[in-house]
Design a protein around this ligand. Structure first.
Ligand SMILES: *[C@@H]1O[C@H](CO)[C@@H](O)[C@H](O)[C@H]1NC(C)=O
Ligand SMILES: *[C@@H]1O[C@H](CO)[C@@H](O)[C@H](O)[C@H]1NC(C)=O
Length: 495
């Protein structure tokens, strides 16, 4: 989208806020520079502008006279206002005469600000406040008066006909602005902008930008926006539009399934067309003479009521709009016997696949149920279940191998059950395989099993080897060798 967005840095940065009269105060307060003025003043035609000026710290200095000098954008400097304490104020013959006055009456030598009423576009330029002083000589400060005119912005898409030469597809105008407006384009279309600006009366500028494109059918309806940036606008003004490209109809025929057999009824062809302007007429033709009686035409549909040799031919669909005709044809081949229908074959295949999936699922759930039953038979209360691994950690996986030779000898898939499955059932299965092993091995196994525990102390379920018989003394083992399955069974019996 940004491809054609020609940003204008100098324009927009100055445009951040419009202040009619005063932009910012700049003190010409450097060494020896004691004349304080504003660097820039903005105004619209017809307004009154204040041009402020003061002499900073006049102690020890003799101010003898002040002169306001106007320097047009083009042309000679002229004095527009002079003040001498002894001789008073004087306004020489200039374009500003009659509109320029000192702000105070009588004027003040240290603060000789002036105002110009009914400002005109032609008043734009520099205004210099110059003091004649003793002993330091002349000192001055300069203010730029910038005249603004709010432009009238308009935009519109231009309908073009698809072709091979660039054509104007959109136009945007910013009329009678000052300073000159900036126009940019935002679009995904692959064209170029061409911008022309013209200075009119009153120093205002009219900018016209045209977007050029080699128009194609695909460009029709694409988004395009013209963006006008101007100092008098707080934010750029955007004009969203849609490209309009006209093109002759593009035609496709759908519905022929290559299985027209003698005796088949109600086969249908549909003629689809798009174009700009929207196509109005659809015409079906047959390559060989007259349309057979068995064929019914309605709008863009062609229906063969009953297939016979007469429709063993080529059908043509012609669609017209103002720009031309689009054509498409399909050759029907009439067969003596029907082909096995494509749809049916795929149906059978899909059915077979679904059947296999169902069988597999049934087998799977059977196995799962069997395991669960086995597990619940050997399992104690749920609190004794090892928690599911919360997180897999390859270093603990490796631990299993290091500490437990039994685990090491298991097939790879089981060794890495931590990464394979979150089902605690897997743990139990593994455990059950180990039944009958020496208790020492089991302890090792469990110390490695809860590999996913981030923080064993805060786990709500203790690992099985932490089980104490305090809660359930009857379940306490009678001898040193405790088989987990036995203890659970006895606990269940006593409850
Ligand atoms: C757009 O401008 C580029 C270079 O500036 C040029 O190569 C291209 O042909 C132009 N395209 C159109 C549609 O004018
Ligand atoms: C239809 O025409 C093709 C040749 O275009 C021919 O081979 C075929 O036998 C014809 N079918 C019938 C039913 O006449």
């Amino acid at each position: 989208m940004s491809r054609h967005y020609a940003g204008d840095c100098h324009g927009s940065s100055r445009n951040t806020g419009l202040v009619i009269l005063v932009t910012f105060l700049f003190i010409h307060g450097g060494l020896g520079q004691r004349v304080k003025v504003e660097t820039e003043v903005l105004s619209y035609p017809g307004q009154t502008v204040n041009l402020r000026c003061s002499f900073n710290d006049p102690s020890g200095i003799q101010l003898t006279q002040v002169t306001w000098i106007y320097e047009p954008v083009e042309g000679e400097r002229v004095n527009i206002a002079v003040y001498h304490p002894n001789f008073g104020a004087h306004f020489p013959e200039t374009p500003q005469k009659g509109r320029v006055t000192f702000v105070t009456n009588p004027p003040s030598l240290p603060n000789p600000s002036i105002q110009i009423s009914d400002v005109k576009m032609s008043d734009e330029g520099k205004y210099i406040c110059e003091f004649a002083t003793y002993p330091s000589g002349n000192e001055l400060g300069t203010t730029s008066l910038i005249m603004l005119a709010k432009p009238k912005n308009t935009a519109g898409a231009v309908t073009a006909v698809a072709g091979t030469k660039p054509a104007v597809v959109a136009r945007c105008q910013s009329a009678n602005g000052r300073p000159e407006a900036l126009i940019s384009w935002v679009t995904t279309a692959n064209g170029n902008a061409s911008t022309v600006s013209k200075t009119g009366a009153d120093n205002t500028v009219t900018v016209v930008s045209e977007y050029l494109l080699v128009p194609t059918a695909a460009d029709n309806g694409k988004d395009i926006s013209c963006v006008v940036t101007h100092r008098t606008l707080t934010k750029p003004e955007s004009f969203p539009m849609k490209l309009a490209v006209e093109y002759p109809p593009k035609v496709t025929i759908i519905g022929y399934d290559n299985n027209w057999y003698i005796g088949r009824t109600n086969v249908e062809l549909t003629c689809q067309a798009n174009g700009n302007p929207q196509p109005l007429t659809v015409k079906w033709k047959i390559l060989t003479g007259e349309m057979p009686d068995t064929v019914v035409l309605k709008e863009n549909k062609l229906t063969v009521l009953k297939v016979d040799e007469a429709v063993n031919t080529t059908f043509i669909c012609e669609v017209k709009n103002r720009l031309g005709t689009g054509k498409e044809q399909v050759t029907a081949l009439v067969r003596g016997t029907r082909l096995p229908e494509k749809g049916a074959t795929t149906g059978i295949i899909i059915g077979a696949i679904i059947g296999v999936i169902i069988i597999l699922a049934a087998i799977g759930s059977g196995i799962a149920m069997y395991r669960r039953r086995k597990k619940s038979m050997s399992d104690g209360p749920p609190t004794f279940q090892p928690p599911p691994p919360k997180k897999t950690n390859s270093s603990t996986d490796r631990l299993i191998n290091v500490h437990d030779p039994v685990v090491e000898n298991r097939p790879l898939q089981e060794q890495y059950y931590n990464t394979q499955s979150a089902e605690p059932v897997t743990d139990l299965d593994t455990y059950q395989e180990e039944e009958g092993e020496a208790p020492k091995d089991r302890v090792h196994y469990y110390s490695a099993a809860p590999s996913g525990w981030d923080d064993p102390e805060h786990n709500e379920v203790p690992p099985p080897y932490l089980y104490t018989y305090a809660d359930d003394p009857q379940a306490a083992p009678q001898d040193g060798v405790v088989n987990r399955g036995d203890s659970f069974v006895s606990a269940a019996m006593f409850v």
